[in-house]
Write a protein that binds this ligand. Sequence first.
Ligand code: GRF
Length: 196
Amino acid sequence: MKNIVVFASGTGTNFQAIIDSIDAGDITDAQICGLVASKPGIEAIERARRHSIPVHVVQKSNFKTEQQFSDKLEEVLSHLNPDLIVLAGYLHKIPSEIISKFPQKIINIHPALLPKYGGKGYYGHHVHEAVLEHGDKVSGCTVHYVNEKYDQGPIIEQREVTVEKNDTPETLAKRVSREEHQLLPSVIEKIIHNKS
Ligand code: GRF
């Protein structure tokens, strides 16, 4: 049985997609052993509670230094002992100590076709606004390994979404999100069981 830890900062629809895929048997022989939430009160926490998944709130602003934040994450993760860490809408940078402790074991989902529209400032609606402003005909989503450089780790898989003439950031976000909910569980299944 593989242990998956999910990090989230918001609504957690991707987190839900992982929960549902395990329930449906699309992700096999795995369990989500914990949710690491970046603050209290987020919807992802409610989803975890509904599914009896242990929640660990690690709020960066509660720590005086980056080191203390990193130490806390490390403590939580060594207790959870994950085979895979999934950043599903997690807004903080993962400290480099954590990245080196879990080589090739941390993945992230991003709502654009990286390397386009990645890095600082490109999150949520900002990404889709930029795609529309640039007049791109295609957008999509990317799952990639997490390294020290924000949104720049090796790409694992992408899905494309056609940009429609009348798209707004909201309509585009909705279609990209639907693809994310397919892509992320399918990548997780491949990675944890070494399927290519
Ligand atoms: C997703 O669009 C994901 O690509 C990005 O943050 C969003 C999270 O959405 N990293 P949700 O919380 O899973 O609904």
